[in-house]
Design a protein around this ligand. Structure first.
Ligand code: APR
Length: 181
């Protein structure tokens, strides 16, 4: 685990073990679950989470949650208070607005967390699995979006990046240190 002075923490782990007020799910627009983080969170969160996702779909997103947007549900059986579901961009080579959409995932999740009154939030490496976003580029986009948001909002919100593998932890911490020292 590496804790930086700006309130950002990087750690290797399983996001379902996080005790942050909010954990972020790398969902798809259906909000009906999937593999990776999505699968892990729904399995650990239990059927209440899926039921709330279905209700959100019906009431607010009949056509699905758009890429880059975020929506909160309770965390079901998880120890967090909320799950914030966001849909990352699928990597298509970098010329289809992927970076802006990925940054929007982070800023929309932070907006949602602060509206809920969350004091801590845990992110996975959104879009870097099934969606194929190159890891270094995703880290650069994530860190710049989060740091920009934190400097523009005077709220107490500690941000944790939960990297699933040792190599991802190495990559993300190397990017952070190269960018911010
Ligand atoms: N905890 C933390 N990180 C995890 C976990 C976990 N339990 N499981 C996977 N990861 C990591 C992956 O190694 C990857 O680095 O999260 C990152 C994101 O990977 P995905 O979960 O595949 O998410 P993404 O690339 O955004 O693709 C989303 O995959 O599962 C489906 O329904 C989901 O269609 C959506 C797509």
């Amino acid at each position: 685990m590496i804790e930086f002075s700006d309130g950002i923490t990087l750690l290797q782990g399983d996001i379902i073990r996080e005790t942050s007020d909010a954990i972020v799910n790398a969902a798809n627009s259906s909000l009906l679950g999937g593999m990776g983080v999505d699968g892990a969170i729904h399995r650990a969160g239990g059927p209440k989470v899926l039921a709330e996702c279905k209700a959100v779909r019906e009431s607010r997103y009949p056509d699905g949650l758009p890429t880059g947007e975020a929506v909160a549900t309770s965390a079901g059986n998880l120890s967090s208070k909320w799950i914030i579901h966001t849909v990352g961009p699928i990597w298509r080579g970098g010329a289809s607005g992927e970076e802006a959409l990925l940054k929007s995932c982070y800023t929309s999740a932070l907006d949602t967390a602060s509206q809920l009154g969350a004091k801590s939030i845990s992110f996975p490496a959104i879009s870097t699995g099934v969606y194929g976003y190159p890891k270094e580029r995703a880290a650069i986009a994530a860190f710049s979006a989060v740091k920009e948001w934190l400097s523009a909002h005077s709220v107490e919100l500690s941000v944790r990046f939960v990297l699933y593998s040792a190599s991802d932890m190495d990559t993300w911490s190397a990017v952070y240190k190269a960018l911010y020292g």
